[in-house]
Design a binder for this molecule. Structure first.
Ligand SMILES: Nc1ncnc2c1ncn2[C@@H]1O[C@H](COP(=O)(O)OP(=O)(O)OP(=O)(O)O)[C@@H](O)[C@H]1O
Ligand SMILES: [Mg+2]
Length: 214
């Protein structure tokens, strides 16, 4: 199962979701591989900050379209492969979509972010015309500021793009930023906190979404 976290826009939470979801799947007993498809190398920086001895999922860098197309050669022995998406490079995003089983599109609840999601949505739809409906795709609301009117309007605008929105989401919480700057996840730093609950709910819903109808 290859899950790619993609959005052309920078800073929407792709890497944060990749690390936290990877950790959640790993803690649930799955064999996880992280793939850094971003030449900025954020995942590599995150793992470097974790230092030696952390019980983290293995990670490889595949940050060129020709490399990511070979992902099946390394994904075989893992239950879940999570690809941290590259912002800004449509070529890299398109190549990642061709190998993904599931595309997760994090969007921040603001008008600018909703427009930015359009490019990934269009690429997934184009790919599906060639593949009888693969990959699956869903939005994840990222960095939600709860109970704002904007959040409600954003959800409606997103649904009009034609993909489901997962019920689980991440809210705007310092725990996410703090844990990742130390090379950790919210499941490590605050396992009983709200952010960890959000991530566990998200991991469970992603798992169900990925396997639905198989
Ligand atoms: N739910 C959240 N609450 C608070 N801060 C968050 C949250 N999610 C991400 N962040 C912070 O926002 C910043 C951008 O997040 P992240 O690096 O995950 O985004 P990205 O989409 O991978 O960015 P890029 O496109 O540059 O790779 C980081 O400083 C991260 O710690
Ligand atoms: Mg990133």
């Amino acid at each position: 199962m290859i899950i790619a976290i993609l959005n052309e826009k920078g800073g929407v939470g792709k890497t944060t979701l990749a690390t936290n979801l990877a950790r959640a799947f790993q803690k649930a007993g799955q064999k996880v591989l992280l793939v850094d498809s971003d030449p900025q190398g954020s995942l590599r920086d995150w793992l470097a900050a974790a230092g030696e001895g952390g019980d983290y999922p293995p990670m490889i860098a595949m940050d060129k379209p020709a490399m990511i197309k070979d992902i099946k050669s390394v994904s075989g022995q893992h239950d879940v492969v999570i690809v941290d998406g590259c912002p800004k490079s449509i070529g890299m995003i398109a190549a990642t979509i061709t190998v993904a089983d599931v595309v997760l599109i994090p969007v921040q609840p603001s008008g600018f972010d909703l427009w930015a999601a359009n490019s990934v949505v269009d690429l997934v739809k184009q790919r599906r015309e060639l593949t009888e409906g693969r990959p699956k795709a869903a939005f994840i609301v990222s960095r939600q500021i709860t109970n704002t009117r904007l959040a409600v309007e954003s959800r409606q605008a997103l649904l009009e793009l034609g993909f489901p929105i997962l019920n689980a989401y991440t809210s705007q919480r310092i725990a996410y930023a703090q844990s990742s700057s130390n090379g950790r996840t919210v499941l490590d730093t605050e396992p009983d906190g709200v952010a960890a609950r959000e991530i566990r709910a998200l991991a469970q819903e992603v798992e169900e979404f990925a396997h639905a109808g198989r």
